[in-house]
Write a protein that binds this ligand. Structure first.
Ligand code: PEP
Length: 254
């Protein structure tokens, strides 16, 4: 039985004061969940709040972006060294909103991953096709993203990466999670890509309109190693319900 990894990125939501209230509401219930791994990625401005709230728990915290350089003249950016110094364990890269809003491409994403690994944190790489369609076409797109971001990584490095499969069409307000058969087929394809590079233990999370109702069925699918939750997690009670889902049946992988 693999330990599922369940986390959230708050995107550009929650001030540091609101973050403190979120942790006060959520941590007592979350810290009792000792058969799964949890993480929270607040905005940069609330990472120190996460550290203070989580440092005596097993719950990890991290960041939603990083600059590829360790220091220098990059106004407004934040380096991996700064994030490591704040105790971050995970750093997200490649989210479709950053690819869209900041035109981030494979080379930049790969450089960010290298910086995260240099500072002993785990990159959480988001991949996903833009429009709904057949699994073969979606896998083609996702495989190109994996190759672009991770093609130069060796098996040891791949073993420290977390992949989040997030179909862009299933993310955000008005969207619905992808159908279970699509998720399962995509996770199988991503695991095949990783296994061919000796990285069969790299976790592959699902993200995209996860809520308290669909979390159980999704995490019960073969090849789904956990969940990456967006807007539903902004309500601490809902994140507690998602993080607390029953873990039964279908989670065994050999
Ligand atoms: C995301 O964008 O990474 C995400 C999972 O968002 P949501 O759950 O809000 O669809």
């Amino acid at each position: 039985m693999t330990r599922p990894l369940i986390g959230t990125s708050w995107k550009m939501n929650l001030t540091s004061s609101e973050a403190a209230a979120w942790f006060a509401a959520a941590v007592p219930a979350l810290e009792r969940l000792d058969d799964r791994d949890l993480f929270v990625l607040p905005p940069f401005t609330a990472i120190h709040v996460a550290r203070d709230a989580l440092c005596r728990t097993a719950i990890a915290w991290g960041a939603q972006d990083v600059h590829p350089d360790d220091a220098g003249a990059h106004t407004g950016d934040v380096s991996a060294a700064m994030l490591a110094d704040l105790g971050c364990r995970y750093v997200e890269v490649g989210h479709s909103e950053r690819r869209r809003d900041h035109r981030e491409g494979d080379a930049l994403i790969a450089a960010k991953i290298a910086a995260i690994l240099r500072h002993d944190m785990r990159p959480l790489l988001c991949v996903g096709e833009r429009t709904p369609g057949r699994v073969a076409a979606a896998l083609d797109h996702v495989t190109r993203q994996l190759r672009g971001a991770l093609g130069a990584s060796d098996a040891g490095e791949l073993g420290r990466v977390v992949v989040a499969y997030e179909p862009v069409w299933a993310i955000g307000v008005g969207a619905m999670a992808a159908p279970l058969d699509h998720i399962q087929a995509m996770h199988a394809g991503i695991h095949r890509w990783l296994a061919a590079r000796d990285a069969s233990s790299t976790p592959v999370l699902y993200g995209g309109s996860v809520d308290a109702t669909n979390a159980g069925p999704i995490v019960g699918l073969d090849g789904v190693d956990g969940l990456f939750v967006g807007r539903a997690a902004l309500d601490p009670e809902t994140f507690i319900r998602i993080a607390s889902i029953e873990l039964e049946g279908g989670r065994e992988r050999d």
